[in-house]
Design a protein around this ligand. Structure first.
Ligand SMILES: C[S@@+](CC[C@H](N)C(=O)[O-])C[C@H]1O[C@@H](n2cnc3c(N)ncnc32)[C@H](O)[C@@H]1O
Length: 204
């Protein structure tokens, strides 16, 4: 659970990044009407981005979905957090790279990939973006993060989203920080889930 302790470390930038992710989640929910919104959070940690965004909304009960986290302690913390939420969320302690985990949850209207792209190989980043049409319904938003330490992969990531059928909604990358938060809308055709795939391995 050590990684999450950095959220409270001054100067880590993670608190600012978290605020930006919550803003992007709220932006999606604000413009997505009043019906059910299905969410998938890959490598969700303790779910503080989604749960924090929902905590200040009076329409949280229209959100349903799946959080997938490998670390049992963090998954348990996420479960505790959703107990107090009116949203209809499930936490699975599982490998988020295994496509079969999403069999009941896809397609989603909102996919969170926060804290993932900085921990997997460039090739896996590309492959995972290429697989997102299997998780996204028409018009779905994907919110993602990536540090911009050299070599900065974010120009390629944004290009990979474009060539996979996504249009950019926002890309926030402050000059005085190394983090970035992107939001992309899926304009392509949803694809059936290939339940036998393994999309990435954490290398950090
Ligand atoms: C950098 S943290 C990001 C957590 C959260 N998304 C956030 O932004 O606060 C990466 C998370 O991925 C989890 N993780 C690593 N490999 C995973 C895997 N194969 N499947 C699911 N979760 C994984 C780690 O336990 C950790 O909680």
């Amino acid at each position: 659970m050590e990684w999450h302790e950095a959220y409270t470390r001054p100067g880590s930038g993670l608190a600012e990044r978290l605020a930006e992710v919550r803003t992007a989640i709220n932006h999606y929910l604000d413009m997505s009407g009043t019906g059910f919104a299905r969410v998938i959070s890959m490598c969700s940690g303790d779910g503080r981005d989604l749960l924090g965004a929902l905590a200040v909304r009076d329409d949280a009960s229209r959100v349903e979905g799946l959080l997938v986290e490998y670390d049992p302690g963090l998954a348990e913390r996420a479960r505790k957090a959703i107990e107090g939420s009116p949203a209809h969320l499930t936490v699975r302690c599982a490998d988020a790279a295994d496509s079969s985990v999403y069999a009941e949850a896809a397609p989603a209207e909102l996919v969170l990939m926060c804290g993932v792209f900085g921990n997997i190989s460039d090739q896996d980043v590309h492959g995972t973006i290429a697989a997102l049409p299997q998780l996204c319904g028409a018009g779905a938003h994907v919110i993602w993060t990536r540090h911009r330490e050299g070599p900065d992969l974010t120009p390629l990531i944004r290009e990979w989203f474009r060539t996979t059928g996504f249009e950019e909604v926002s890309f926030v990358a402050p000059d005085n920080a190394s983090w970035s938060v992107g939001s992309h809308r899926f304009t392509g055709t949803p694809q059936p889930l290939d339940v036998g795939a393994h999309w990435f391995n954490f290398v950090r």
